[in-house]
Design a protein around this ligand. Structure first.
Ligand code: NAP
Length: 247
């Protein structure tokens, strides 16, 4: 489904981003993976080998998407190496959960910088090239951006911002064959959610009609739909992958 395409996935050595990289490689795309921490170097090398064994070309780039110069360098290097960019998945994201009255300004700013400004940085740079060739941009939001969540005002604000950003940019590029959509996962088993206590997990489970948490692969399959021609007439859409949690 993605043979001959080049895909860049931010924050992709772990969790949902890693699953998307593997899924896109299986579909034939050449892959650019990205990470930001020194502690992810080893995992990045392992993932490069795993992806190469699938017969596709792979490049790993360390960059902090919240820093405009690093985001710019990430996109530039990807396009320089592969000659083009067909698919951008803005997946990198963080949480710094705290009730509003105890939340520091730094905790608020950091989450907005990575989750929202990071998407602005990468999309702005990538769309310059992608508007000439067409393509698909997929932004990772969250059901929390639709419904809000106590203890996550910074994260929910960033993810609601991603939805507004997605729809606006989708309108700007609709005439250029560049589609822009968002995925809103519910509770997906990754490092991000593993840190939650059993009590919190039980409370969340009560609100999931399908009575189970999701997997990164289940998010990746929706990303594959949005990246491929199967969704050729879909833009400005937000697809929930949440077992019915936010309906
Ligand atoms: P994760 O396991 O914590 O992985 C996050 C990834 O983002 C890591 O690879 C990390 O890089 C990268 N990252 C963080 N800050 C970055 C930065 N400034 N620049 C570049 N990369 C950065 O998270 P996940 O659960 O897979 O979540 C992926 C996305 O889905 C996020 O946007 C998250 O908000 C969203 N989401 C997740 C869930 C869920 O239940 N898990 C639900 C809704 C939405 P390093 O490895 O270098 O640290």
């Amino acid at each position: 489904m993605l043979k001959g395409k080049v895909a860049l996935i931010t924050g992709s050595v772990r969790g949902i981003g890693k699953a998307i990289s593997l899924c896109f490689a299986k579909a034939g795309a050449d892959i650019v993976i990205n990470y930001t921490s020194d502690s992810s170097e080893v995992e990045a090398k392992k993932l490069v080998e795993e992806l190469e064994q699938m017969g596709v070309k792979v490049l790993a780039i360390k960059a902090d998407v919240s820093k405009s110069e690093e985001a710019k360098a990430l996109i530039t290097e990807a396009i320089k190496s592969f000659g083009k960019l067909d698919i951008l998945v803005n997946n990198a994201g963080i949480t710094k959960d705290m009730l509003l009255l105890r939340m520091t300004e730094q905790e608020f700013d950091k989450v907005i910088e990575v989750n929202l400004k990071g998407i602005f940085n990468c999309t702005k740079e990538a769309s310059r090239a992608m508007m000439k060739t067409g393509g698909s941009i997929i932004n990772m939001t969250s059901v929390v951006g639709l419904s809000g969540n106590a203890g996550q005002s910074n994260y929910a604000a960033s993810k609601a911002g991603v939805i507004g950003f997605t729809k606006s940019v989708a309108k700007e590029f609709a005439g250029k064959k560049l589609r822009v959509n968002a995925i809103a996962p519910g509770f997906i088993n990754t490092d991000m959610t593993n840190v939650l206590t059993d009590k919190v997990k039980e409370d969340i489970m009560r609100n999931i009609p399908m009575k189970r948490f999701g997997s990164s692969d289940e998010v990746a399959k929706v990303a594959l739909f949005l990246a491929s021609d199967l969704s050729s007439y879909v833009t400005g859409e937000v697809i929930r992958v949440d077992g019915g949690m936010a309906m």
